[in-house]
Design a protein around this ligand. Structure first.
Ligand code: GLC
Ligand code: GLC
Length: 645
């Protein structure tokens, strides 16, 4: 088969060349650029399209349509972006100074045109990549925080126009802050023009979605599917009487909320249409596109319909087509699944970047159990990625925290996975005696016993309760707990990602309960409006926010000046106490040794340092002998090493 493709692909390219060239309307330089990239990428695109759709009568036509989408986007790409493409070869991934943050425009500056006003604050946190949560047009009422997209070509009117979004992206980029934008590959909103056309009886668009006439057809899938949002009641299928069908309606596949209709990528028309939307987003100017819910995009009966091989092919096709238009733009994979599956999406020909939900959740696991073993094990055994790829390391996002460690890893350390997850849920929901956390269960599923956790960094780490109880000792401990978690996030692996607001200790926000579009989704408790007054107070040195901000800035200053963190893996070592996480990072003429006590008691760590090492948090020279760490204490030792010749 492969041989056949390597013979056939160049012929197909020859046939397509004149049609593609015509799209550039005489812009010869652009065509030359495109043609050169096509030479590199064409065979891969051909292979992917053939793998998914080679059996179809319209295969050649669909292949052409996909390439035309890329040619049109390349012909339209703005000059400043093409200049950036010319220099942006992804080498920035090797830079230790990369720091990410995420926010909702509506809850941060309110509108696109005010985003540049936030630049000084972002720069004070060393942030140079900003994920703007989906700013696209959404249905009225519930829209899953923007993840039900009605159109990529329009923005939410309250934020500003699409041109204002473009301008803001350009202005931020000029200020050294690359924007990250979402592409929600798995579904559209139920009022997307394609969905509306399907409702109106248009056959072509009905085939964009997964629709079934009767319940019987759904049975081939249902027993194998995970329920992502069990709270919504029912299952992954929604009966829609507004779609014409022989039984007075149709069942529509809706993995997430009923208003998010899953797309059917088994239909090449969908792949091509979505590629056009993706390339439109790419041309808005982001440096990174976040591919939402990557594991879900391909469905076969009798499978879990997650992480299928074909889902990877879809992503490779998106990657290949985007490479033709904007080779410098990176993809970020959002795969919150078993760690073996998470890592498979992070490779140079799919997503160069991947969220690291394992380290995220195990940071929380460690401070709940006062035991860093699972976290250390994950860092030691599951950090490696293909060349040129990076983890995005975070402590929480806009989503819930799920306990996604591998059962087999837990068992290897003598931990019962199900019991452990039950404990962690109880702990972070604040139900467990002695728990410091003020989180809440998200999507508690009585059938399976599964649940996940909502809450801000500060509330989950104990600051909310401590302040409520007006207990200064507990407040101090909570601040230290936050900072030791920040230390792991900034130094252990990958690129750190901050959720804006956490840097000043923002606590849970319960006002979402008054909003009917949000009241049944408690992830809104950890998506509060940005507290600009709180920032001012923290800057003036007032309250726990000041201590968190100061400590985090110190960590980020250390991180961004440490070449060793750029390309190296953490080398985890035994420090003689289960509460202590210790690891080295080596590279570029320096060696770092990070030691962090994840418990609320004192700990003693065995570390081999001597006065040649400097301790970066305090700035003092290191002393040999056992290291006494206060509760949640951390140290970052550094020494210069001569590079091997
Ligand atoms: C992603 C988003 C999440 C959303 C889901 C459905 O997981 O992060 O917020 O609910 O996709 O689009
Ligand atoms: C599940 C999905 C993930 C989604 C999350 C939203 O974990 O795997 O994609 O973000 O649910 O709660």
């Amino acid at each position: 088969m492969d041989d056949w493709i390597s013979v056939e692909a160049p012929k197909a390219l020859e046939r397509l060349r004149p049609t593609l060239r015509a799209r550039f309307g005489g812009k010869e330089r652009r065509w030359a650029e495109f043609e050169a990239r096509l030479g590199e990428a064409f065979e891969g695109i051909f292979r992917g399209m053939h793998r998914l759709y080679g059996w179809r009568y319209d295969f050649a036509w669909q292949l052409e349509a996909a390439l035309l989408a890329a040619a049109d986007a390349a012909a339209e790409r703005e000059g400043w972006l093409r200049n950036r493409d010319g220099v942006d070869d992804g080498a920035w991934l090797e830079d230790p100074s990369i720091v990410w943050a995420m926010t909702y425009v509506a809850r941060f500056t309110g509108t696109f045109d005010r985003l540049p006003e936030a630049v000084p604050h972002l720069q004070s946190l060393h942030v140079n990549h900003l994920h703007l949560m989906p700013p696209y047009d959404v249905p009225e009422g519930p829209n899953d925080g923007g993840y039900a997209v009605s159109s990529y070509r329009r923005t939410r009117p309250d934020l500003g126009t699409i041109d204002e979004l473009r301008d803001a992206i350009k202005e931020l980029d000029r200020a050294g802050i690359g924007v990250v934008l979402d592409f929600v590959a798995n579904h559209t909103a139920h009022d997307h023009p394609w969905a509306e056309a399907a409702k109106a009886g248009d056959r072509r668009h009905r085939d964009f979605y997964l629709m079934f006439e009767d319940r019987g057809e759904v049975e081939a899938y249902l027993p194998h599917l995970r329920e992502i949002f069990p709270d919504r009641g029912g299952d992954a299928f929604t009966w829609r009487s507004d779609v014409e069908g022989p039984n007075g309606g149709m069942w529509v596949w809706t993995t997430f909320y009923p208003f998010q209709w899953d797309l059917d990528y088994r239909n090449p028309d969908v792949l091509v249409a979505m590629a056009r939307e993706l390339l439109y987003v790419v041309n808005l100017g982001p440096r990174v596109v976040r591919l939402d819910a990557t594991p879900f995009v391909w469905k076969w009966p009798g499978t879990t319909c997650e992480n299928l091989a074909e889902a990877h092919v879809v992503i490779r096709l998106f990657r290949g087509l985007a490479d033709l238009v904007a080779p410098g733009v990176q993809f970020l994979s959002e795969a919150i699944v078993h760690p073996d599956d998470v890592v498979r999406f992070v490779r140079p020909d799919e997503c160069e970047l991947g969220y690291n939900p394992l380290v995220m959740s195990l940071c929380w696991e460690a401070v709940a159990t006062r035991d860093a073993s699972l976290l250390a094990d994950a860092l030691a055994t599951r950090s490696e990625l293909p060349e040129g790829c990076r983890w995005i390391t975070y402590l929480r996002s806009h989503d819930d925290i799920g306990w996604g460690f591998a059962d087999e890893d837990a068992r290897r350390l003598g931990i019962d996975p199900a019991g452990h997850r039950a404990f962690l849920n109880a702990f972070y929901a604040g139900e467990f005696p002695g728990s410091f956390a003020a989180g809440a269960r998200f999507q508690d599923n009585p059938k399976t016993g599964d649940a996940r956790i909502s809450g801000t960094l500060a509330s989950l780490a104990g600051l909310e309760r401590a302040l409520e109880e007006a207990d200064p000792v507990a407040v101090d401990l909570a601040v230290r707990r936050i900072l030791v978690l920040d230390a792991v996030m900034t130094m252990a692996v990958g690129i750190p990602l901050l959720f804006l607001g956490d840097e000043i200790g923002r606590r849970n926000d319960r006002t979402y309960l008054d909003d009917p579009g949000r009241a049944d989704d408690n992830r809104w408790m950890h998506r509060p409006p940005y507290d600009w007054d709180g920032l001012e107070a923290a800057e003036e040195g007032v309250g726990p926010g000041a201590a968190i901000l100061g400590g985090l800035r110190r960590l980020l200053a250390i991180r961004t000046a440490s070449p060793a963190v750029a390309g190296s893996l953490p080398e985890v070592e035994e420090a003689g106490d289960r509460a202590v996480l210790a690891f080295r990072r080596r590279g570029d003429g320096e060696e770092l040794l990070v030691v962090a006590n994840l418990a609320d008691r004192e700990a003693t760590a065995r570390v081999g340092v001597d006065p040649r090492w400097e301790e970066l948090v305090s700035g003092e020279p290191a002393r040999p002998g056992p290291l006494a760490l206060e509760p949640y204490g951390y140290r970052i030792f550094r020494r210069v090493v001569r590079s091997p010749v």
